[in-house]
Structures are given as C-alpha cells and as structure tokens.
Write a protein that binds this ligand. Structure first.
Ligand code: NAD
Length: 258
C-alpha cells in the first residue's frame, strides 16, 4: 500500500508543471521558488555559489511535499547550462516555465569600469539568458506551449548613475524579451519580463543609508519591495491568467517609475 501511495505521488509529481529558476538559492529567485511550489510546480533550483542556501531551500520545499532538483551551474557558460537542462529534462520530462533571474550588481563610476567588469555583467545577464533560452526552447517549441519570464530592472528603463554596465544589461533584457516574444508568438510561447524597483535582498547591501532614504522618499508606496512582491508578479506572468500577454514589461516598483 505504501508503495502504491508513493507511486501515485510520483505520477502526480510527473504530471505537474516544472519551473527552472536561475539564481534561486536566495533573494528574488528563492521567493519565486517558494511561490511556484505553493502553486504545485516541480522546482529546479539553480545556484552558483550559495550551495548551503540552495540545499536548505530544497529540503524545506521537499518537507512540504514538493519535487525539487538542485543544480549548480554558471549560467554564463553554455556547457554548464546545457548539462543543467539535460539533467532537468531527464528528471522532470518538461520545463514548462523558464525564469531568467540570476544576476549581479556593481556600482562604479563609468570611467572606472574595466573591460572585465563589462564582460562579466553582460555575460551573466544577457549571454546567460541567451544560453538558457536556447537550451530550454526546443521542448517548448515542440509542445507549442511555454512561458519565459526574464528579470530586468527599473534601471534598464530609466538608467542608473554609476551602474552603466548594469543598466545596459537590464535594457538588453527588455529588448531581448520583446524581440523573442514576436518570434515565438506563433509557437504559443509567451515571453515577458519583470522590471523590479528597489527590493530588499543582499543585492542592495551596496546602498548606503543616504542612498536608501532618498530612494525611499521617491517611492510613492513609501517602502521597498519584498522578494515575494516580485515573485507574485512573475507567477502571474507564468499563469494562464496571462495567456494573452507577451513582450510586456511588468514593473513591481511601488510607484518609483510611473
Ligand atoms: P541576489 O544577489 O540575492 O540573487 C542573485 C542570485 O543570482 C544569487 O543567488 C547569485 O549567486 C546568482 N548568480 C549570479 N551569477 C550567477 C551565475 N553566473 N550563474 C548562476 N547564478 C548566478 O539578488 P536579487 O536581488 O535576488 O536579484 C535577482 C535578480 O533581480 C537579478 O537579475 C537582479 O539584477 C534583479 N533585480 C534586483 C533588484 C533588487 O533591488 N534587488 C531590482 C531589480 C532587479
């Protein structure tokens, strides 16, 4: 009987949809994994450095009865992305939703940005997204179904001083999203992006107190966002409620950019 129950749980698990979230051991990616798990998705947690966080998230989701796979891959390396997608497909059969979330931040005066800084920023945000999409898309195109959500930033829309490389990368995410949405529309694949405002994650540790209070003053809702605020917007874009939305930028930013 126990075996029967385990088997039927396994079958239900196989019938569930699967989401791959890059950079999901912490911050926005982690909250997104939690929201998708609550909504009965199988979860693929990708991480690069924070192994402990990735496995603690996985065990907490597994304790709640969810199916989870953890995979270490640098998304800026094509071979590592290919191996991650291959392993994901052999575990879960399909990847129904891809969330390109992994990213880094750096504040530097424009004239101090080195070529290495520039390449690292563009490789992670733009090339990483390119690799992940190229590896995941064949299955989505075959099934004529899929959702891709890319994580941009308000700075990709408005530009941030001392973050020219970051702003460039995040603007590229928006252009990429719009162009890919046009190409994949006939395959019934929706490609959208979220452009979060200031969100309380480790990424914003680089802001000093003065910067934080002036950013807060400019935010009509008078608070910074939580990772879950962004995760909810991402989940909406992945849901059937957003089936007629593609090529769009949804910006959870507390009114910072209107
Ligand atoms: P975070 O630093 O907590 O999380 C980013 C994650 O990406 C980390 O786990 C990191 O290890 C991972 N990562 C970095 N490079 C990687 C690589 N090469 N391969 C695999 N994983 C890698 O920051 P966050 O705030 O949760 O950021 C998530 C996304 O949201 C980023 O794309 C970021 O640019 C974007 N964003 C954040 C904010 C904010 O205010 N926090 C605002 C707008 C957009």
């Amino acid at each position: 009987n126990k075996r029967k129950i385990l088997n039927s749980e396994r079958i239900v698990g196989l019938m569930k949809k699967t989401v791959l979230i890059t950079g999901s051991s912490r911050g926005i990616g982690r909250a997104t994994a939690e929201v998708f798990a609550k909504n009965h998705y199988n979860i693929i947690i990708n991480y690069l450095h924070s192994e402990k966080d990735a496995f603690s998230l996985a065990s907490s989701l597994e304790e709640q009865g969810h199916r989870v796979m953890v995979y270490r891959a640098d998304i800026a390396k094509r071979d590592q992305v290919e191996a991650m997608v291959e392993k994901s497909l052999s575990t879960f059969q399909t990847i129904d939703v891809l969330i390109n979330n992994a990213g880094i931040a750096q504040q530097k005066l424009f004239m101090d940005i080195t070529e290495d800084d520039w390449n690292r920023m563009l490789n992670i945000h733009v090339k990483g997204m390119f690799y992940c999409c190229q590896c995941v898309l064949p299955g989505m195109i075959r099934r004529k179904e899929g959702k891709i959500i890319n994580v941009s930033s308000i700075w990709g829309m408005t530009g941030a001083s001392c973050e020219v490389h970051y702003s460039t990368a995040k603007a590229a995410v928006i252009g990429f999203t719009k162009a890919l949405a046009k190409e994949l529309g006939p395959s019934n694949i929706q490609v959208n992006c979220v452009a979060p405002g200031i969100i309380e994650t480790d990424m914003n540790d680089l802001l000093n107190e003065k910067e934080r209070s002036s950013l807060l003053e400019e935010t009509p809702l008078l608070r910074f966002g939580t990772p879950t605020d962004v995760a909810n917007a991402v989940f909406f874009l992945a849901s059937t409620k957003a089936d007629f939305l593609t090529g769009q930028v949804l910006s959870p930013n507390g009114g910072f950019v209107i």
